[in-house]
Design a protein around this ligand. Sequence first.
Ligand SMILES: Cc1cc2nc3c(=O)[nH]c(=O)nc-3n(C[C@H](O)[C@H](O)[C@H](O)COP(=O)(O)O)c2cc1C
Length: 320
Amino acid sequence: MSMDIGKFHFEQPVFLAPMAGVTDTAYRIIAHDMGCPLCYAEMVSSQGIHFRNERTLEMLKTEPEERPIAMQIFANTPAMAAEAAKYVEDLGMADILDFNMGCPAPKIVKNGEGSALMREPAKAFAILSAIRRAVKMPFTVKMRKGWDDDNVNVLEIAKLAEEAGVDAIAVHGRTREQFYRDNADWEIIAAVKQMVNVPVIANGDVRSCADLKKIFAVTGADGVMIGRAAQGNPWIFRQLTHYLQTGEELPGPTMQERAEVILRHLDLLLKYKGDYVGPREMRKHATWYTRGIKHGAILRDRFNKAETRQDFVDIIDEFF
Ligand SMILES: Cc1cc2nc3c(=O)[nH]c(=O)nc-3n(C[C@H](O)[C@H](O)[C@H](O)COP(=O)(O)O)c2cc1C
């Protein structure tokens, strides 16, 4: 099991899916340490890049220890997309460029961005072609099954993406209308894989080694992308990559390991986001890290009030 994206070769192609508010530098460094060979960053607005929005530009920063890394942009015109792609390439802080055609959020869709492009094949093709002309770096696109059940057009759009010259296609097996509900349709990913000659990354509902085995078997995809199952669970990359190498399932983290990684994650957030934002962003991660453990509800309530590193240390000392 291995795949290439442009010049990059991945022996165990289990990637971190892009997640806004989750896959920032801090989490990507942790996922990378746990064996994730390629992390996708949070989606970045092309308009934000165009207007040199400070917070947008901050999101484009990466660290040497997380390379290679994929940076995802979203846009609604070929010119805006090409300009943003070129900016990312020239900055030299990312290795792979990804284009978002999957985000279902109303404010994005209303703007004609994200999964809205699943309704506009000609525009999607024009955007992907413009990006391809603008940059030399490896370039991937992430798309959904379609807009809704009456508009399942991922096959058409994947074919157009291939024609536009993308190096790989990631497919989330849900329509826009489904958001994150129901089960992802892996059969449609299989159909995409059958149709295109570029590598395909399957996405949706992979949470365990058994799921990994099954999604590869059903879809024939070249790689997979893990989203929600990686929230508060970077160990999933250690487990899945180890499983691909050996067929063996590793146990989950011990309480000790969880405590260590929570504090490491917090320290990284403090470093990159500062003393005010860092602990506040850590609250949701801490909640995810402690899913399924004893006294969960009380613990989460305490995490949600934590304001300093010491607060997190005290909670861990008390409960772990
Ligand atoms: C909190 C959250 C944020 C997300 N942000 C993005 C994003 O910025 N770009 C993107 O292409 N997909 C985004 N997604 C979708 C995921 O990349 C992935 O396609 C989806 O969660 C399905 O995979 P899963 O079942 O493994 O979670 C997001 C999903 C979640 C849950």
